[in-house]
Write a protein that binds this ligand. Structure first.
Ligand code: ADP
Ligand code: ZN
Length: 721
């Protein structure tokens, strides 16, 4: 027999099929050790075949199988080719995505333990052998037991019992269970009429993809879980994707209670061994639901009946390492392969997704009401310019202070949200709310302290730093924001007896940083939670009745065409944390720009209004989804070499530009906005194109081979730094 092998080397030079001879027992999808050049490397068996075109004497043999099962299933093998072609990366890189990284490094393996049980006549034990009798009694009471425990408890009593045949031992494979002690209460609800309709229409539509657009608290989770449970009952499997931050302790225990061991939950808090075992359970079929952040889209389940992407708008669904895949693209490939449905859920869908639903490519299901028609929280807009004029320099307006006092007095909890993204670099006038923007691109400018100038990250234009506001002449220009730490400090002065938790990048490092904070808050160990973006995600804290958004407009001015969309999403999501249980919730939204359309739409919970406004603006300015931003990045530690590489790539790209110049709205090479990250110099060629025609050739033009320089292509990158 012969087999076609892709070697596990991430280089385009060896990204091809190599034929090897092999013995029986080798099957497609297996990892094998093969001689390659003058060394031995791992490869993936893509296909078996009876013959090879190579001269027989040149064909080498597979040395051995690396595992005793095919690590990659048939579906994933079939998709490898497509994904590699889509993202123009070596197939080895795609194949790696299907395996837990622990497996490649060979650092974890399966765990075996030995168990003992009674198997013979207990009366054979001598009455004087006290510990032997005790051991047998223990087994009679507890059933089969790990021998390690028995040896600890009863010293050497086990061995003679085994010799007499009273007790039998057996070595067996065990799985590390990451959720020991996670006891969940089953909170299965009877679906409401609205939820029921959603389930039926998702199952019955003839479209593969459904966008489930439901306001915060409309019970989307219950819909996903019902859809999944119904597929399991049909003998199928499911994939349930959530942003990492949503795998809260409440969520984990709910899933655990509902699905028990048939769910494998993959999250960053697992040890390497636990992750490997969860993966194995999925591969073997003992676990049938894969739940996790974006990489769980590659879970080794077969015969998939349902794929769910919760909070589909979340930025974490785009990978930032090669291959730079988009989770939705992969999920769609898998849904089509399996002939199953794909559900995208969100209270604030991305503009692109909503447009595809509007145009009929996706089915659209809308939930307009919260469960039990609980009202959406009331929003009070506070004009912070007026607070400054009144001489209130603190980050809290009078209105927020009053409501916070009332909330704490009534024994409820509050969340204070700081919209810090991009704050420190954007210039804003604290008297009138003016923000410095690029004349050509209509995106906020970024302050670069080393050159003391303002720059546009989209076109590279430089502007002088302002000394006074061009709009009102005021001189309170500010580009340094208030941090969470400072807010907590001020809060402590105002409310000395309140218990305050802080959640941001500084406090959530470590394995389970954010989980710990969320757990403490949900267990009422704090009264106020102060945080950045992380507090906005889908948490369900029933006692929260007040949400304060300290600086609502700040993310509007982040230098990115998606900043309006992100702001709308953030405000809607964070406001949605308020008043989820019996008591009515409130939201205080502080801003320097109270007339802003985006904020108004968010306060009115008017997604459609926001969408119409935004999609028109995108069409008028030719930004995605009406055009595509493509960035070719060149980065390397050797500046000379990186520049040489950039020149080569740029020359190639110029040829593409010349050929398709009508398709280009923008074409420019420049320093990346952040010129050096981790000692790597960064250069970029930035393009904006309409239609997909030049894309293939752009990827080809970006192929350049230098020793210390990396070149990659990003489409609509979520971050332009
Ligand atoms: P969403 O994901 O849409 O924001 P959730 O799924 O978190 O909403 O649901 C909001 C709350 O409503 C949760 O506390 C959930 O337990 C509860 N809930 C969901 N469905 C029902 C139902 N059919 N009956 C009663 N309560 C429900
Ligand atoms: Zn510009």
């Amino acid at each position: 027999m012969y087999c076609e092998v892709i070697v596990d080397v991430a280089h385009s030079d060896v990204d091809k099929i190599f034929d090897y001879a092999c013995d029986d027992g080798i099957v497609a999808g297996m990892r094998v050790a093969v001689p390659f050049g003058n060394r031995v490397t791992t490869g993936f068996v893509m296909r078996l075949k009876p013959e090879t075109d190579l001269p027989k004497e040149k064909v080498k043999r597979v040395l051995r199988a690396e595992d005793d099962f095919p690590a990659v299933n048939a579906e994933c093998l079939a998709l490898t080719e497509k994904i590699a072609a889509r993202y123009r990366c070596p197939k080895a890189l795609v194949l790696r995505l299907f395996l837990p990284s622990e497996m490649r490094t060979g650092k974890v393996g399966e765990v075996y333990r030995t168990f003992a049980r009674i198997s013979g006549d207990v009366s054979l034990i001598s009455p004087r052998a006290k510990s032997q009798r005790a051991l047998v009694e223990f087994l009679a009471e507890n059933g089969e037991t790990d021998t390690a425990l028995l040896n600890r408890k009863f010293g050497g009593a086990l061995k003679p019992l085994v010799e007499k045949g009273v007790v039998t031992i057996e070595k067996r494979r065990v799985f590390r269970d990451p959720y020991r002690g996670v006891a969940g209460e089953v909170s299965e609800h009877r679906l409401t009429e609205e939820q029921n309709c959603a389930v039926v229409s998702i199952e019955e539509t003839d479209k593969t993809v459904t966008l489930l657009h439901g306001v915060t608290g409309s019970g989307k989770t219950e819909i996903y879980l019902t859809l999944i449970a119904r597929q399991l009952a049909l003998g199928k499997t499911a994939i349930f994707l959530v942003p990492e931050i949503s795998l809260t302790p409440q969520m984990l225990s709910q899933l655990r209670a509902r699905f028990g061991a048939s769910a494998a939950i993959l999250h960053s808090g697992l040890s390497a061994g636990e992750r490997f075992d969860e993966w194995r359970r999925l591969r073997e079929g003992t676990a049938r639901i894969a739940i996790g952040a974006r990489s769980a889209v590659f879970a080794p389940v077969e015969n998939i009946g349902m794929i769910v992407i919760d909070e589909e708008h979340d930025g974490s669904y785009s990978s930032e390492t090669s291959p730079r895949y988009n989770t939705f693209d992969i999920a769609l490939l898998r849904a089509k392969y399996n002939g199953c449905k794909l559900v995208l859920g969100s209270a604030t869908p991305s503009v692109e997704t909503y447009r595809r639903a509007q145009q009929g490519e996706f089915s659209l299901v809308t939930l307009r009401n919260r469960i039990n028609r609980r009202p959406m929280p009331d929003v009070t807009i506070v004009d912070m310019r007026r607070e400054v004029r009144r001489g209130n320099p603190s980050p809290f307006s009078n209105a927020l202070r009053e409501k916070l006092t009332a909330c704490l007095n009534s024994g409820n909890q509050a969340i204070l949200f700081l919209n810090r993204r991009g704050y420190s670099q954007t210039v804003i006038c604290r008297d009138c709310g003016y923000v410095a923007k690029c004349e050509h691109c209509d995106v906020a400018l970024t302050y670069h302290s080393e050159e003391d100038c303002l720059k546009c990250h989209y076109c590279g234009t430089k502007y002088h730093m302002l000394s006074a506001c061009p709009s009102c002449g005021g001189t309170h220009l500010s580009y340094v924001g208030t941090g969470t730490q400072k807010v907590v400090g001020e809060l402590k002065k105002l409310y000395p007896s309140a218990r305050i938790l802080r959640m941001d990048n500084d406090t959530t490092s470590g394995k389970e940083g954010h989980l710990n904070i969320l757990k403490q808050f949900s267990e009422r160990k704090a009264d106020i939670l102060v945080g950045t973006q992380m507090v906005a995600k889908g948490h369900d804290f029933p006692l929260v009745t007040l949400v304060g958004i300290l600086d609502a407009d700040m993310s509007l001015h982040f230098p990115d065409y998606r900043s309006r969309e992100r702001t709308f999403q953030l405000i809607t999501q964070v406001a949605g944390r308020s008043g989820r249980a019996q008591e009515r919730g409130e939201v205080v939204l502080q801003t320097y720009d109270p007339e802003n359309f985006i904020l108004r739409f968010a306060c009115d919970y008017d997604y459609e209004g926001f969408y119409d406004y935004e999609v028109n603006l995108r069409a008028a300015t030719a930004f995605p989804p009406f055009a595509k931003i493509v960035r070719v990045m060149v980065t390397g530690t050797d500046e000379r070499e990186a520049i040489d590489c950039l020149k080569e790539v740029y020359t190639n790209l110029e040829a593409v530009y010349a050929k398709y110049s009508d398709d280009f709205l923008f074409f420019h090479k420049m320093h990346a906005p952040i010129k050096r990250i981790q000692n790597k110099f960064r250069y970029q060629v930035l393009m904006r194109i309409t239609g997909g025609r030049p894309l293939k050739e752009i990827y080809a033009a970006a192929e350049a081979h230098y020793k210390n320089t990396l070149v990659y292509v990003e489409e609509n990158p979520s971050n332009l730094s």
